[in-house]
Design a protein around this ligand. Structure first.
Ligand code: NAG
Ligand code: NAG
Ligand code: NAG
Length: 419
């Protein structure tokens, strides 16, 4: 038999295998039967885009681990991505949006790390004969009531009475319902949920308040794989690239910020120079109220920025902020000796991508700057710092946050990338 016909047979077996849902093959994983199961998760409604991404990483790491398991009740789980709807910080309309993840992220890239599917794909995979979808089991995570009183911080979980009145939105779909509801007091890493999944035959499970579960290891290799797989969608990357080229004289070639096509091929590298601008992230709005002492005045910001521009011999500052147009104008006038840039989205862009799209374009532009200054303890700033780590910037150009008006200069926590 010639080489070609052996290949053909091999392709046939592979096709047969992938057409058969219950068949599973792999070089190093032993499994006969893969059981199709769906894992849904949701996050506390007031939480914003950037914390939601962190919760995604926790569940992606859990799914990655289960995918590699030899246990057929675990390795068939698909993680259903919760559509983006009614986010509290977004200027949304009254109708839920159900924006799929593919608007913001490169789904192929995500899938190289974890077996994720979009909600609409889940609907497609589900028999069309039913007008409603029923999730078998819902677990709402809650903290142990006694944790702080007794100081018991051991990992544990237990089905408990619900501490708060349950109001589960099912991602704002009116055609999703559930059979069984439980509250689960929980303390520990997200991967502890495996014990729960082994203990039930439910084929669809929703974990509500997923943010209660913790990262298994923060900042280890797997954490960074999850983060690296979370690449932004090509369209948003292109929009940011156009802005960088037109307004900031910045391209990947000139800045030395080219990455391989697949995140798996990325290697440790510390050579980027970045575009010839300083980028700042200024968190205003609710931080002005909740952290008024830590948030610097615009005069103070202008002073810190102009010192940095002088030191680096640069002329341009890019500003990412949720502050008002008036605040931006005020800051621009304080920095009138320099070029002060901000990304403003078109109406068409806003209606398609909402504030999440603007946030991502801002984050991309900030992550390519020669020097970055962020806001202390802001998840928006964290996401930029992570991306700069992936691009390979020197630590001291990345982990900087603004000093407050009383000259208190907090240190940004440094989470260096691990491969
Ligand atoms: C549920 O509603 C959504 C949005 O209206 C729709 O896309 C989906 O197909 C529906 N699913 C079923 C099973 O009817
Ligand atoms: C339950 O949640 C829905 C959707 O978030 C909201 O419109 C409704 O007001 C909530 N009801 C209660 C009793 O909290
Ligand atoms: C496992 O299942 C048993 C029997 O249904 C139940 O009593 C127990 O609480 C479950 N354990 C967990 C961690 O869910």
């Amino acid at each position: 038999m010639g080489y070609q016909s052996i290949c053909l047979i091999f392709i046939f077996i592979k096709c047969y295998a992938s057409a058969n849902e219950n068949y599973c093959y792999s070089d190093n994983i032993k499994c006969d039967k893969k059981i199709n199961r769906y894992l849904f998760y949701d996050v506390n409604p007031p939480e914003g885009f950037n914390l939601r991404l962190d919760v995604y990483m926790r569940f992606a790491i859990l799914s990655n681990k289960m995918m590699k398991s030899s246990d057929p009740t675990l390795n068939g789980f698909k993680l259903v991505l919760p559509p983006w709807s009614n986010l509290i910080h977004w200027q949304y309309s009254d109708t839920p949006d159900h924006i799929p993840w593919g608007h913001y992220f490169d789904l192929d890239s995500l899938k190289r790390f974890a077996p994720v599917i979009e909600m609409y794909q889940f609907f497609n995979e589900h028999p069309k004969t039913y007008s409603r979808v029923t999730i078998d089991e819902v677990y709402t995570l809650q903290h142990f009531e006694d944790m702080f009183e007794t100081g018991n911080f051991e990992d544990r979980m237990q089905i408990d009475k619900c501490r708060k009145k349950q109001n589960i939105s099912f991602f704002f779909y009116n055609n999703i319902t559930a059979n069984n509801y439980h509250c689960l007091s929980y303390h520990g890493p997200v991967t502890k949920l495996v014990q729960l999944f082994l203990n039930t035959t439910a084929s669809s499970i929703l974990i509500n308040h997923g943010e209660v579960s913790l990262h298994e290891y923060f900042g280890n290799k797997v954490y960074w794989q999850a983060r690296r797989s979370l690449r932004y969608s090509k369209e948003l990357v292109d929009i940011a690239a156009d802005f960088r080229r037109e307004h900031l004289d910045s391209t990947d070639e000139k800045d030395k910020t080219l990455l391989p096509k697949n995140w798996e091929d990325e290697k440790p590298n510390r050579k980027p120079r970045g575009g010839p601008y300083v980028a700042i992230h200024l968190r205003r709005r609710d931080f002005l109220r909740s952290r008024s002492k830590e948030i610097p005045s615009l005069e103070n910001v202008a002073e810190q920025v102009s010192k940095t521009l002088q030191r680096l011999k640069l002329q341009t500052v890019f500003v990412a902020t949720d502050g008002s147009a008036k605040e931006f104008e005020h800051l621009s006038s304080l920095l009138s000796r320099y070029k002060v840039k901000r990304y403003t989205a078109s109406e068409a862009f806003r209606s398609k991508y909402k504030d999440g799209g603007v946030a991502i374009v801002d984050q991309i532009i900030c992550s390519h700057a020669r020097y970055f200054i962020g806001t202390h303890e802001s998840t928006f700033t964290f996401r930029i710092e992570e991306r700069r780590e992936i691009l390979g910037f020197d630590e001291d150009t990345t982990f900087n946050v603004f000093c407050s008006d009383d000259r208190n200069c907090p240190k940004s926590s440094v989470w260096k990338i691990v491969y």
